[in-house]
Unconditional design. Structure first.
Length: 242
């Protein structure tokens, strides 16, 4: 496997988001415009991994430079807020001192080969190469959708009998030496019409109320009187230092 940053290998294709993420998660209120702005502005902080034998792209690591004061209180209230601040700083030429993980992607055909941890290691390498001393990550817990009714502040404390974190993706961060920070119960907002949410989830939403839905990390609030569904995706901050 070979890694490069996107400014070094802009020719390699992206892994289609639809191969990795549930449909609803592709419709965040503000994240799409911020994502495209950051990818265009800082390709040197995005990474791609390919199989040297087949040439296939097997993983990607998306991250962006930001400013962090080093305290838990200084961490943003969510991934969108952190992205918006980073874009504002880039626009006026203010410095960065920290790399913030955005998304780690492993192609479906390449899963089970330890690439998830390699994605994080690559983000850390990029951060270190740019003389940052920390990587912060608003982590989307991989098993939270199995327990959507539990608050993220409670879920993040669950541990297995061996003492390791219960959630596999959170556990990967911890095994690499990251420290768990505060919860982000409202990291990313997704709103849409009732018809849009029915299409995104494949679930009829016949009345106003609170719903759990496939792949949702938290409940969805539906108000048919104003034709709106609102969902807040929870995350958990993790801090990597070296």
């Amino acid at each position: 496997m070979q890694w490069a940053t996107r400014d070094e290998r802009p020719d390699l294709p992206d892994i289609p988001p639809s191969d990795v993420w549930p449909e609803y998660s592709l419709h965040g209120d503000d994240i799409d415009a911020l994502w495209l702005r950051l990818l265009d502005a800082v390709p040197q902080f995005q990474s791609v991994c390919w199989d040297e034998d087949s040439g296939a792209v097997v993983a990607e690591a998306y991250a962006f430079p930001c400013w962090w004061d080093g305290t838990d209180d200084g961490l943003g209230p969510g991934v969108v807020a952190t992205m918006a601040d980073a874009v504002a700083r880039i626009d006026v030429g203010l410095p960065a001192n920290t790399l913030c993980a955005l998304v780690g992607v492993v192609a479906p055909a390449a899963r089970g080969r330890g690439l998830a941890a390699e994605v994080l290691r690559q983000m850390r390498r990029v951060a270190a190469a740019n003389e940052f001393d920390a990587l912060i990550a608003p982590v989307r817990p991989s098993w939270k959708a199995r327990y959507p009714l539990f608050p993220i502040a409670e879920y993040m404390t669950w541990r297995r009998a061996d003492g390791l974190l219960f959630d596999p993706w959170m556990r990967t961060h911890e095994r690499l030496g990251a420290r768990m920070g505060p919860p982000l119960p409202r990291s990313l907002r997704i709103t849409g019409s009732v018809a849009e949410w029915e299409a995104w989830t494949g679930l009829p939403l016949p009345v106003s109320g609170t719903y759990v839905f496939p792949d949702g990390l938290a409940p969805l609030d539906v108000d048919r009187d104003i034709d709106r569904g609102e969902y807040w995706e929870p995350n958990v901050w993790f801090i990597h230092r070296w």
